[in-house]
Design a binder for this molecule. Structure first.
Ligand code: 8OZ
Length: 363
């Protein structure tokens, strides 16, 4: 008998051959002059085409959505062309790939923003967080609060990016609403102190998420759209006085939008899976009737058991996929894993990126 983890699954418009997904992973290797992916990205993603679904690294929808050095975009012709070479290579290797649409909001630095402007956010409250500006780690800049009449433009930026992703050949897009970036900043009262229709009540704080999902699904079809949430993570110093209430409403918005999948970071991003009393991933997950993708700290046993028990439909692996391009094969065979080298996670070229061997190459 095969474990369900290694069996096919339909995710909206695509059917995938296994439930071992590649989680979105920021690697800071885009071409410096135009934030476009190029040859090394083509090779990196092609090597990982055995994933049930690849979800790309977070990709800024506009220059203003950028918060770190050397992250890729999806707003220029050169970027669409670069990503087109990536999707062609993944498809030729038999894979499927989603683009993660990203706006960092206040997690940025003026030196990374167009004309050195302040980053934008729901409120003019700096995050107690750091970013990487290409030379070192720097405190994130104090943002300016978006005017109410700027929000339609922001929603249109997400819509256009989704359209660009389809033009570049992506099978799906994933809206990044996790880890303390712009949409998460609107969701949570620690970052959102607005007094207009986008702040205050939970109903108002989920409004941006609802409008972004409406625009993106209208543009490319709900069966090509997923979303990532991190309800109980404090990544990038995000906070909320009642995350269970906030994310109950947020998941209801995702369910109403009829998305292809819901992807959640369970616990602290890249950290503990423990939740405070009263918080429950399971209770949130049950409110969404579609495909549920679980992430954070899964090993082989927990992944097999979780999917077998029906607690998740697929598992997204991050760090293990950095070091093991053929991760689904290794998991299925219970084969040894390559160790990941943290020193080459962010920035650089092929080293620590495209040089991890497959099982066959190691033999
Ligand atoms: C690591 C470094 C920079 C950004 C996230 C996009 O946490 C990221 C990210 C991760 O979602």
């Amino acid at each position: 008998m095969t474990d369900t983890l290694f069996e096919p699954l339909t995710v909206g418009a695509v059917t995938v051959p296994n439930r071992v997904f590649m989680a979105p992973l920021t690697r800071n290797r885009a071409r410096a002059e135009d934030d476009a992916p190029y040859d090394i990205h083509v090779e990196y993603y092609r090597q990982r085409a055995g994933a049930g679904l690849i979800i790309t690294e977070a990709t800024q929808i506009t220059p203003e959505g950028k918060g770190y050095a050397w992250t890729p975009g999806i707003y220029s012709d050169a970027q669409i062309e670069g990503w087109g070479a990536v999707t062609d290579a993944v498809h030729a290797a038999g894979g499927r790939i989603a683009l993660q649409l990203w706006h960092v909001g206040r997690i940025s630095h003026t030196s990374l923003q167009p004309d050195g402007q302040k980053p934008v956010a729901p409120s003019a409250i700096a995050a107690d967080a750091k970013t990487f500006d290409g030379e070192g780690f720097v405190a994130t800049s104090e943002p300016r609060a978006l005017e109410t009449d700027e929000i339609p433009r922001l929603v249109e930026d997400f819509r256009r990016a989704a359209r660009n992703a389809i033009e570049a050949g992506f099978d799906l897009v994933e809206v990044h609403a996790a880890n303390g970036y712009l949409i998460d900043q609107f969701l949570r009262d620690g970052a959102n102190q607005r007094t207009d229709a986008y702040g205050g009540s939970v109903e108002n704080r989920v409004r941006l998420l609802r409008e972004v999902l409406a625009a993106v699904t209208e543009e490319i079809g709900a069966d090509r759209v997923g979303v990532r949430l991190s309800p109980f993570s404090n990544a990038n110093a995000i906070s909320d006085s009642d995350p269970m209430a906030t994310f109950t409403a947020a998941v209801d918005v995702v369910a109403e939008a009829g998305l292809a999948y819901l992807h959640m970071v369970e616990g602290q991003t890249g950290g503990s899976r423990e939740l405070d009393g009263g918080n429950s991933i399971d209770a949130l997950r049950k409110r969404f009737p579609g495909v549920y993708v679980a992430n954070n700290g899964y090993d082989r046993d927990l992944a097999i058991e979780t999917v077998e028990a029906g607690r998740a439909d697929a598992i997204a692996f991050g760090v293990p996929f950095i070091a093991n391009p053929d991760l689904p094969t290794r998991l299925e065979r219970n084969a040894p894993m390559n160790a990941a080298d943290k020193d080459t996670f962010y920035g650089g070229g092929r080293e620590g990126y495209t040089d991890y061997p497959t099982l066959a190459e190691s033999a």
